[in-house]
Design a protein around this ligand. Structure first.
Ligand code: C2E
Ligand code: MG
Ligand code: MG
Ligand code: MG
Length: 289
């Protein structure tokens, strides 16, 4: 089944292999209650500076802890939420959780950590996202520069003037914008330079199958493109040491993936940050001694 998302972008939407049709009905029914029943969670996948191996941020990824079906991954309910428009509430909820954390970390002195959240096409095109974001960052008294919004290529190509204007306004709040799953959409490269964006995220499909020469060349080309447009570049799906070495050699500065860490519950992510902080501390003692 091919599901239309926006005008220029088609994705394959196959019902999950993990859930029966009956279970999908249950999910569909229960989703609108998930927020008020406190069943949603945010996981954090650490993002690393590749040449230092240091954590510099995290991507916030939603999870649904369903009372009967257990932990449901986003691919099994995001498409449902997109169909009903509920995705706007989910994105907003994640954004709020991310900003709460940023505020907490700011007080801990962890203001070098950035969080990125995923923004759906509907949220971006059909709501006053800029006002919402402005409201949330003021409410939690955080710096816009610590927040990054991940949008997709398909969002750029609809209502271009509107999009540029919205992105300019986000930029004036110091919010960063990255293009998620880059390379899988149909964005025209000449268009790309008119948008005030900060980074391209290389889609994991090109990184995971980097042993395939075509994918290697695509990943390499995206890194070069980012450089010539003066954008940061972030690799998703860094699963092995070979992936890491290829990316570093190609000049990719940032990455995330199972080689480093899977998405983690917040407490586990914070443990990693504490560990990094302790190790940095030890490094200083060592130099002093
Ligand atoms: P995404 O934004 O591209 O997020 C990256 C996905 O790749 C995550 O899947 C992550 O767990 C997975 N991943 C990270 N490293 C590796 C790796 O080394 N190997 C492999 N095979 N996978 C890796 P996840 O958490 O299942 O999320 C899937 C998608 O659901 C996300 O893709 C994003 O598009 C969507 N999503 C998640 N949270 C939200 C949200 O709050 N709002 C919206 N609108 N979409 C969300
Ligand atoms: Mg993402
Ligand atoms: Mg995404
Ligand atoms: Mg992605």
């Amino acid at each position: 089944k091919v599901k239309e998302v926006g005008k220029n972008n088609f994705v394959l939407y196959s019902p999950s292999q993990e859930h029966s049709p009956r279970e999908i009905l249950i999910l569909q029914n229960d989703l609108h209650l998930a927020i008020e029943r406190d069943q949603l969670l945010v996981y954090f996948q650490p993002r690393y500076k590749l040449n230092t191996g240091k954590i510099i941020g995290a991507e916030a990824l939603i999870r649904w802890n369903h009372p009967k079906l257990g932990l449901v991954p986003p691919m099994n309910f995001i498409p449902l939420a997109e169909e009903t428009g509920l995705i706007i509430d989910l994105d907003h909820w994640v954004l709020e959780q991310a900003c709460k954390k940023l505020s907490e970390w700011k007080h801990k002195g962890w203001d070098f950590i950035n969080i990125s959240t995923n923004i759906s096409v509907q949220h971006f095109q059909r709501t006053n996202l800029v006002e919402q974001v402005n409201h949330i960052i003021k409410k939690h008294n955080i710096n816009g520069k610590n927040l990054e919004l991940e949008i997709t290529e398909s969002m750029l190509m609809k209502n271009v003037d509107y999009v540029i204007n919205e992105l300019e306004r986000l930029k004036s709040l110091d919010i960063k914008i990255s293009i998620d799953d880059f390379g899988t959409g149909y964005s025209s490269l000449s268009y790309l330079q008119q948008f005030p964006i900060n980074a391209l995220k290389i889609d994991k499909s090109f990184v995971i199958k980097i042993q395939n020469n075509t994918n290697k060349e695509i990943a390499h080309a995206i890194i070069q493109l980012a450089k010539s447009l003066n954008l940061h570049v972030i690799a998703e799906g860094v699963e092995t040491k070979e992936h890491l070495e290829f990316l570093v050699a190609s000049g990719c500065s940032e990455g995330q993936g199972y080689y480093f860490s899977k998405p983690l519950p917040i407490a586990d992510f914070e443990q990693l940050l504490f560990k990094q902080q302790r190790e940095e501390g030890r490094g200083c003692e060592y130099i002093e001694a």
